[in-house]
Ligand binder design. Structure first.
Ligand code: CTP
Length: 407
């Protein structure tokens, strides 16, 4: 499963570190070469000798180690990042998560994170007390790392070392290995390899005047995750993005737009040639009829705003597409709105619609997780439970791949 893969396992100082010798054994059993990097406090929880014995390599700790895997002619902190096929950080503590997000380089693990080749996957398995995991700073740091393309493996619920019961337990080593195998799955097996894919993402802004606009809370995270995953599977991806604060996924061609009209103009350039169109953008359905030049000045009167309909980008693609071009849309509804999602599948002539409900906490706009119900034209319904948007993007594309015509 992992034959010949070079895996760096970064271990941080949390009680779940006691499970890591077993994790190393599972990686080795799957055929991988494993180099353990331990933070200073990790070795308070797990013995260096155990890790070195099971990995068959010395554990690397400080910044100034001289010997390790990789090119002997280069310094260790550079060679490690080049040697690795994947970096797994398990357990990842709140402290290390903050340091990685801040870009600090004060131990071997943080340096390795920075020097890792950008196309190599990073899997982070946070484990900590439930209150810590839910704290705004941990959420913010994890969210930023997920935005950079790291896969965050959600902790499990259960009894915690703090004496509490809740979310925060590191997933079992078997689940970590499974997630890594999925991440390293060769793109050659994907039906998306070499296909042209267009993804729309984020909100649109519809100008009222030169300093104000109408928009919505979409962060673009779901669309960016889909674009990243499609590129990872070997597709040629064009990401048409509304105004969002996200890094461009590796290997993706990004076109920034502002309004629905701008999004249609950019997207329609690829209507003819794309194999798959995924509308993940939260496009404003209406725009001010007459945006004002300069700034609207207030007076004592009430103000009436006349809005006109925006073009339906996904609808226009579906209406003009050739046989074989696949069209996928999202439908954000309130609870119980699955009927509307089915109606959207028909009205927009989609092959698949991904229905989701925004609860403001674990699903919908801005958050890092989501849950989807996928409905296809044959009426098949697939429920995908709450999971990180990166993982969900993979599950969505798994469902889309069989819809593409065979080559
Ligand atoms: N979409 C689009 N262009 C628009 C509006 C929506 O491409 N002008 C796409 C979205 O990217 C998404 C799907 O269509 O894939 C959502 O459909 P829509 O009917 O607009 O959803 P809502 O706005 O949520 O629907 P409604 O307001 O009718 O509930």
């Amino acid at each position: 499963m992992l034959t010949g893969k070079n895996i760096i396992l970064g271990i941080c100082g949390g009680i779940a570190a006691y499970k890591t010798p077993h994790l190393v054994r599972l990686f080795k059993k799957a055929g991988a070469n494993v180099q353990v990097l331990a933070t200073a406090s990790a070795l308070q929880f797990v013995s260096e000798l155990s890790l070195a014995t099971v990995s068959r390599r010395p554990v690397l700790r400080g910044l100034f180690e001289l010997e390790g895997p990789g090119d002997e002619d280069k310094t260790m902190h550079i060679t490690l990042g080049e040697w690795a096929d994947a970096l797994v950080i398990a357990p990842a503590t709140a402290n290390t998560i903050a340091r990685l997000n801040a870009g600090l380089c004060d131990d071997m693990l943080s340096v390795c994170f920075i020097t890792l080749r950008p196309d190599k996957p990073v899997l982070i398995a946070p484990a900590m007390d439930g209150h810590m995991y839910g704290s705004p700073s941990v959420r913010r740091n994890l969210s930023a790392l997920a935005g950079q393309g790291c896969l965050i493996l959600e902790p499990e619920s259960g009894d915690l070392a703090s004496g509490q019961c809740g979310l925060g337990r590191m997933p079992e080593p078997e689940a970590i290995v499974k997630a890594l195998v999925a991440m390293l799955q060769p793109a050659g097996e994907s039906a998306l390899k070499g296909r042209q894919v267009v993804v729309t993402a984020g909100p649109t802004r519809e100008k009222l005047d030169d300093v104000r606009f109408l928009s919505n809370y979409s962060s673009g995270k779901m669309g960016f995750a889909v674009a990243r995953e499609a590129a990872r599977r070997g597709a040629l991806v064009r990401l048409i993005a509304g105004p969002v604060n996200l890094a461009t996924p590796q290997g993706v061609e990004r076109i920034d737009v502002e309004s629905a009209s701008g999004m249609l103009e950019a997207a329609s350039r690829f209507f003819g040639e794309c194999d798959l169109f995924i509308g993940a953008a939260a496009v404003a359905d209406y725009r001010p009829e007459n945006p004002v030049k300069g700034k609207i000045k207030k007076n004592d009167e009430e103000m009436e705003l006349r809005l006109v309909r925006n073009p339906d980008i996904l609808g226009e693609f579906s209406a003009s597409r050739r046989p074989g071009q696949v069209s996928v849309g999202f439908a954000l509804e309130t609870a119980g709105g699955i009927g509307y999602a089915k109606e959207k599948l028909e009205r927009k002539r989609l092959d698949l619609v991904a229905f989701n409900v925004s609860d403001g906490a674990t699903t919908g706009f801005e958050v890092d997780t989501n849950a989807l119900t996928l409905i296809d034209r044959e009426g098949h319904v697939t429920e995908l439970p709450v999971m990180p948007k990166g993982e969900l993007a993979g599950r969505l594309l798994d469902a889309v791949e069989p819809l593409l015509p065979r080559r």
